[in-house]
Design a protein around this ligand. Sequence first.
Ligand SMILES: Cc1cc2nc3c(=O)[nH]c(=O)nc-3n(C[C@H](O)[C@H](O)[C@H](O)COP(=O)(O)OP(=O)(O)OC[C@H]3O[C@@H](n4cnc5c(N)ncnc54)[C@H](O)[C@@H]3O)c2cc1C
Length: 366
Amino acid sequence: MIEVAIIGAGPAGISVGSCLSKAGISACIFSDERRKIGVHGTVQTIGRSAIEGLIAFGVSKQYLADLSHLPDRTVVDWQEDRDGGTDLFAALPRSLVVDQTRLERALIAIAVRNGANVQPSKAVLIGFDAVKRLWEIECQGRTLFARVVVDATGRAASVIRRNGAKLEMIDALTAWIVSSSTANLSSSLIVVKAVPDGWIFACSECNKSSLTFVGNEATCRLDPAYTSYPTSLVEACHEMGIDPGSREVTRSKSSAAVTCLDRAVVPAMLAVGDAAMALDPLCAEGIAKAIQSGERAAAAITEALQGRFGALIQYERSRRTELSEHLRSRARFYGESRYQSEPFWKSRSNLAWYPGINPKSFQFSL
Ligand SMILES: Cc1cc2nc3c(=O)[nH]c(=O)nc-3n(C[C@H](O)[C@H](O)[C@H](O)COP(=O)(O)OP(=O)(O)OC[C@H]3O[C@@H](n4cnc5c(N)ncnc54)[C@H](O)[C@@H]3O)c2cc1C
């Protein structure tokens, strides 16, 4: 019997499994072998505070240095009309550019050193055995039992939603990612640009340039064949010397939606990281927040397993506070004065909030 089964091996799942194992609680992390570890397998930026968090987690400075380069120059084409709107971009030159897949491998190595069992295979949750009060999980033809399940499946929150939680869509963003080795973007350069129908993030690493366009449903209609692109993405590709139709180019499209569960704690189950709430990629804080959420969830589970269920209320409260803070700062970063009449920019100029918690409407138990 395992104490805590964690479904999903992104930064949040690895973090919760690692912290629980360190605390002497048996934890098993399941990763979906059919999917590449990490959302995109591409480069991401990590801010200064996140770097400190990673070092505290155990990732060696040497390893982070090997993974990254500090950008020489950050080109920001963004015109904000509110005080403080530049803070985010001022922080970029002090950020690291990391390969998420390699970073997650480093995190998994730490989790294993802490005693976590990492299964490189998908686990299927069969259901809750009410007599034994255990979850029944099938993995590679074997049946396993766990007291608590953690949903760390990312934005889909696929496990906890089947068990009563509802996913609220706060902003339906989509990201197009185009990578090319022929692009003319010089290495050690980051470009962040506001465009009428979205925004663009471009950077270069290991002779490969990657361009991410983030837009909304109207500008990013689902097009699995990639035959039509948002106008600004085509323009940006042209500026970078990328032919989006070329066979050398790799393309992917993923959800970048801002989502939140109506509850991240249901009986004997918790959601962490993007499964609990997924932030706007503009903030470049996803990895740091996922790791912090894993640490907080591990602390709450440890307490709750000893009967102190108040820790679960605290976990839920801190999640809501964090989301409200995120939405407030997000509204500031989107204060782009040139495109205020464009539907994409109009829809994010309002200050947003998220309701507080009424503990009576929740069942906080494990
Ligand atoms: C376009 C874009 C750009 C971003 N840029 C940045 C950035 O620059 N900096 C930053 O810090 N963050 C960035 N983020 C956010 C960051 O990638 C995420 O917040 C972070 O990866 C969340 O971690 P997670 O562990 O919660 O989820 P994920 O990383 O999504 O991990 C979930 C894992 O669960 C696995 N899984 C799913 N279903 C199952 C199943 N049934 N069984 C087993 N495994 C399963 C998946 O394969 C995956 O490995 C960006 C996000 C987007 C969309």
